[in-house]
Write a protein that binds this ligand. Structure first.
Ligand SMILES: Cc1cc2nc3c(=O)[nH]c(=O)nc-3n(C[C@H](O)[C@H](O)[C@H](O)COP(=O)(O)OP(=O)(O)OC[C@H]3O[C@@H](n4cnc5c(N)ncnc54)[C@H](O)[C@@H]3O)c2cc1C
Length: 239
């Protein structure tokens, strides 16, 4: 039975206990939920959860999207990896949260899975897309070919990309530039040599950046629209 909670004016979600909080890199924290409420959730890594975190100004819960980094049905555990980007309800929550506290979320949702028949796969994004990229690359079969481009703050933010597939990983370091202000990903994808055959491209991160890259892939590279999956993950909020 999944625990339900209701907060005035929104859909009741699953409530789960935070078991551990682990600093993966200087700017990425893993929050592991372990709870009976996760039994039967049937989550798949790469899917999305809408988590509810307190807004310190309004003191009301606000929702933010996070990726299921891992789910273990036998242990009733689920991981999310949160970028500690600066000030924001979710980033602030991830800095403060301690084992024993609870988190409410709705989901998981999302049906994207890497196409097992594609000749090659290209995954690209910033650090917010890294949990999804790690999950998708891990799903690829041993004979698959994955090209991965990830923009992060600096070398300390690099993480292993697990999986059996043949992979070429290119880390792009902002080295002092603010997230969302660099052209690193765009430049790298302009220069990338795409293998022959039927490929699939998955791209996510700072919304204006990924929209720009989508346009160059479609208009300049002639990538087939059906081969391209693009999702904006975050943008500057107008306060
Ligand atoms: C489908 C989906 C899956 C996602 N998965 C993940 C995930 O697994 N891990 C993860 O960390 N993020 C993930 N994100 C992105 C995350 O939802 C956003 O970064 C979110 O805005 C963070 O909320 P916040 O409350 O911390 O900040 P907000 O209140 O949303 O924003 C506060 C300020 O911080 C800025 N900001 C927000 N995010 C960032 C950032 N990453 N870097 C720099 N500035 C930022 C905003 O522009 C704003 O100015 C995902 C987004 C989507 C749509």
């Amino acid at each position: 039975m999944r625990a339900q909670a209701s907060v005035r004016g929104r859909v009741a979600g699953t409530v789960a206990t935070v078991a551990t909080v682990t600093q993966l890199t200087p700017r990425m924290t893993r929050v592991r939920l372990v709870d009976e409420s996760l039994l039967g959730l049937a989550a798949v890594p790469g899917q999305t959860l809408k988590i509810y975190v307190p807004d310190l100004v309004s003191e009301l819960p606000v929702s933010r999207d996070y990726t299921v980094r891992d789910y273990d049905a036998a242990r009733s555990s689920l991981d999310i990896d949160v970028v500690l980007h600066g000030e924001g309800p979710a980033a602030n929550w991830a800095r403060r949260v301690r084992p024993g506290e609870t988190l409410e979320f709705v989901g998981p949702s999302g049906r994207y899975r890497p196409d097992p028949h594609a000749d090659w796969h290209l995954f690209a994004g910033d650090e917010t897309a890294l949990p999804a990229i790690q999950a998708y690359v891990a799903m690829l079969p041993v004979n698959a070919c994955a090209l991965v481009y990830i923009e992060v703050a600096d070398a300390a933010e690099e993480q292993p990309i697990p999986g059996a597939a043949r992979q070429t990983v290119c880390w792009l370091h902002r080295d002092g530039r603010e997230p969302g202000t660099s052209t690193l990903l765009d430049d790298a994808l302009r220069a990338a040599r795409l293998p022959s055959g039927q490929g699939r491209i998955w791209l996510a991160g700072h919304t204006p950046t990924v929209r720009g890259i989508r346009a160059q892939l479609l208009n300049r590279r002639g990538v087939d629209r059906a081969a391209l999956y693009v999702k904006g993950y975050w943008d500057r909020r107008v306060q």
